[in-house]
Design a binder for this molecule. Sequence first.
Ligand code: NAD
Length: 409
Amino acid sequence: MKIAVAKETREGESRVAMVPELVEKLTGLGYDVLVEPGAGHRADYDDHLYAEAGAVVTDDALGEADVVVGINPLSPDRVRRLRDGAAMMSFLPVNTSHDLVVDLRDLNLTAFAMELVPRISRAQSMDALSSQALVSGYRCAIVAAGLLRRFFPLNMTAAGTVQPAQVVVLGAGVAGLQAIATAKRLGAVVQAYDVRAAAAEEIRSMGAKSIDLDLETLEGSGGYAREMTEDRADRQRDLLAPYIADADALITTAAVPGRTAPMLVTSAMVEQMKPGSVVVDLAAESGGNVEGSVAGKVVRIGHASVWGGENVPSQMPGPASKLYAQNIVNLLTLMTSEGEFAPDFEDEVVAGSCVTHAGRILHEPTREAIEGLSTVAEPSPVVEPVETTPPGPSTDDQLDLPFDQEADS
Ligand code: NAD
């Protein structure tokens, strides 16, 4: 069985789905590993490193593969180079990829979407949303510290005392908690807010102050947040305004699955911030938590510099690729039996993450959106996640992910 590592073709993508040091894990499972030339180049993994690790670097990788791994889905022309019955494992935003899903179905390809891996305890080591959010959260705090033209920590010197920076984080999921932890490590005074009730304790466990707005909490299904009503959003913005006006740096990471990011901060609120203040909007690409932020750009609003995140994990391609590759190894391990790629569609992780297989669309919401309600032939194997665990680390020690353990699990 052959696994191909695709060279990413999306503009601005620097990550790669497999790193040389994990090639051995795949050969250990019984696979031959093929790598498209230059696949790891932008993440600082040159071809010779893959070759030394036991992979074959070849232009024909896609055409020979039983399984192709990537960060982003293959483009339609490259999908057509795959063998009949081959499998593809990558992020695959099904809501915005209907044409590609139809191609995958009609070409008899099996496609797994990394963002559909159920967020259950057993699948934590395969959860690429979490691993990439961890990178994003760290990067957001570092960007804020870099843009801010003052210290993050308290400095008591012979020349006098410099007060620490005041940082506010909105949204305390995986990325937000990592941003909080990083800003704390840099010495800032951090306050954070999230609409989920469980988040307050998680914020405090990072050593930050949880902002209590005395508003009802908004839990949706699967431990995620629910969308706000316009009235709730207005009240939340009013109550948050003084915290934001006092902040030196504001970091926003709020999201609601399947929806445009909630607009938490108006440009009028940013205009109340002090001269030299900084705003980092991780959600800029998906609608923005901050009015006026632009993905991939730093814009000026009032006295503040507003940084809009664009493919943020790709800005730290080495660690982001390594964590993602570990997720892939763990998912492949689950789907491998005696050296063969043999996904068990009775397994909820396999069934939940599969989009197409054997000429059918298995992800029911996508099938319905593409084929309509009337063409249901048999029940979908998609299983809803039943068990959730807290998002990401809860103590400082756990923040440094144990790479080897993850890949081994
Ligand atoms: P996300 O990226 O969807 O959202 C980021 C954060 O934004 C969330 O904490 C959300 O509550 C918050 N948010 C949404 N609307 C907001 C608003 N109006 N104001 C302030 N904050 C707002 O979430 P995520 O980081 O992917 O994960 C969050 C949840 O996912 C966790 O609670 C957890 O239950 C679940 N999770 C489970 C696992 C696992 O079991 N393996 C792993 C990671 C996350």
